[in-house]
Design a protein around this ligand. Structure first.
Ligand code: HEC
Ligand code: HEC
Ligand code: HEC
Ligand code: HEC
Length: 393
């Protein structure tokens, strides 16, 4: 409760304005790419819909607010993506979202998923101005007396509509060129993976705002009578409390993922038999001791703590050999292969265990790190600094 209060107070509060000159708080999120959970695997992790919804609701509670989402919405057309898009739609509804403008690539990827999310969100998705696009989404929405439009190119129709909020399916460069044609007060929300900045660029009467990616931050712009009063970046870090209703949605989503056994349905390739880390301990005592005290030996427990232990998005890097026919299936079925084990790096070694002199372990273990310690999940990874932490012989 304490953190919730502290957070609400920290918002750009509506204090100091009389009612008739009360600014509208415009909140923007960029490319979401179906990120429901906080992004990345290194603390402090940013983002996730539980925090996003809680931040939006807390600001909404203190005055007139508009929340828009501009950018890539989906990450793919799979069954899991379908579940994610539905969960997102419901979470957006809980946030009271005002408009969502998906990208052209979203439409090409899976229009039916978008249509579904549109419905669940309370029909908030927009189609592009001046494009014979989807029939299920309107081309314009109004919120707090402001007109919101989405566009992928400049059209006369756009000029006539004179939206105050333009959700632009393009990068900064193309947003600059459309801003140059706009001669009315307008916020142009463009797409960019770069971390957003509160120092906003203006061109004529238009101001450019980027939303970042993977739902890590919200950009808040305080807008009064066509003018920007303030702007700031809200980092959706651990200081933002989880929204209870959205936490429930998230739990339901993970239950569905588990219930439909998506992990079991992943494709697997033929492989040599695995032995499990315990079977190495008799001959490689020191290596085994080192491993037991490393974080690798508890990597699945990390996922179990948050209910992600049957989630195909996560499990592969937190166990042994998920992509192999002989690899991890579940803690119940393959307990020896739970967590990141010796064979995650050295390769399937049952043959080596039964006759070490004749059979060597199959893999150059140095090459293995990058398959899990990639830029998204271990941005600070360097072999020189990480290996000494788990060094063994
Ligand atoms: C019965 C004893 C025994 C067991 C059990 C055993 N090893 Fe070994 N291991 C050896 C011996 C002996 C060597 C040295 C072989 C050599 O140098 O020719 C060795 C060498 C290795 C090497 C280094 C060189 C190489 O290319 O083979 C690795 C890595 C290794 N073992 C991993 C494992 C793993 C992983 C397990 C468990 C899945 C395991 N070992 C289980 C006895 C064992
Ligand atoms: C199968 C995937 C996988 C492979 C391969 C892998 N790791 Fe990891 N590593 C992880 C996971 C997952 C964690 C986090 C475990 C946790 O905290 O639950 C981790 C954590 C670590 C940590 C602890 C980091 C910290 O912040 O304390 C170090 C060090 C590390 N790995 C080094 C390595 C090195 C070096 C290699 C290659 C030789 C390697 N790892 C290969 C998945 C992997
Ligand atoms: C591509 C491989 C990969 C995937 C996919 C992956 N992780 Fe990780 N995870 C890692 C690695 C590597 C680390 C250790 C990072 C480090 O310390 O540098 C880690 C660490 C973590 C940590 C520990 C953070 C800490 O500092 O204690 C958590 C929690 C976590 N992952 C959760 C998840 C969840 C939830 C998912 C799925 C939504 C997921 N991971 C998907 C590789 C992965
Ligand atoms: C995170 C990846 C990782 C895990 C987990 C891991 N190792 Fe290793 N292991 C390595 C790397 C990397 C080396 C060093 C290879 C080199 O020097 O080129 C190594 C070296 C070894 C060596 C010495 C090989 C030699 O030629 O000197 C043995 C034996 C060994 N590991 C056994 C094990 C056993 C047994 C376990 C589990 C208890 C284990 N390792 C877990 C990555 C790993």
């Amino acid at each position: 409760m304490k953190s919730l209060l502290a957070f609400a107070v920290a918002g750009v509060a509506a204090v100091g304005f009389s009612p008739e000159e009360r600014p509208v708080q415009i909140l923007l999120a960029g490319d979401l790419k179906s990120y429901l959970s906080p992004c990345g695997c290194v603390k402090p992790m940013s983002g996730g819909i539980k925090r996003m919804v809680s931040a939006v609701r807390s600001i909404r509670a203190s005055g007139p607010t508009i929340f828009v989402l501009n950018g890539q919405f989906l990450s793919g057309p799979s069954r899991q993506d379908e579940m994610k898009s539905e969960t997102l739609g419901q979470a957006l509804k809980a946030s009271g979202v005002d408009a969502v403008f998906p990208t052209k690539s979203d439409l090409q990827l899976a229009e039916v998923l978008l249509e579904n999310a549109h419905r669940l969100s309370g029909e908030t998705f927009l189609s592009a101005t001046g494009e014979a696009a989807q029939t299920w989404a309107p081309s314009e929405r109004e919120a707090q007396g402001l007109v919101i439009r989405g566009a992928r190119r400049w059209t006369e129709e756009l000029r006539d509509a004179q939206p105050s909020l333009l959700l632009w399916d393009g990068n900064l460069e193309s947003a600059r060129s459309v801003a140059a044609k706009i001669d009315w007060p307008c916020l142009v929300l463009y797409r960019s993976a770069a971390k957003p900045s509160a120092a906003l660029e203006s061109i004529g009467k238009a101001t450019l705002v980027g939303g970042g990616e993977k739902g890590k931050v919200l950009v808040q712009v305080s807008w009064l009578a066509g003018k920007i009063k303030a702007a700031r970046i809200i980092d959706l870090g651990p200081q933002v409390p989880d929204d209870p209703a959205t936490s429930q949605l998230m739990a339901q989503y993970l239950e569905r993922v588990e219930g439909e056994r998506l992990l079991e349905k992943l494709p697997r390739r033929p492989s040599e038999p695995y032995a499990g880390s315990l079977s190495c301990s008799s001959c490689h005592q020191e290596a085994h001791r080192e491993w037991l005290v490393s974080e690798h030996s508890t990597a699945l427990r990390t996922l179990e703590a948050d209910g992600h232990d049957a989630d195909p998005d996560c499990v592969g890097c937190h166990v042994v050999g998920l992509e192999d026919e002989t690899g991890f299936q579940s803690r119940q079925k393959t307990p020896r292969l739970a967590n990141v084990g010796c064979e995650s790096c050295h390769g399937p070694s049952a043959a080596h265990v039964s006759d070490p002199e004749r059979n060597r372990t199959p893999r150059d273990a140095r090459q293995s790190c990058g398959s899990c310690h990639n830029v998204d999940h271990s941005p600070g990874f360097q072999y020189e600094t990480y290996w000494p932490q788990i060094e063994h012989k």
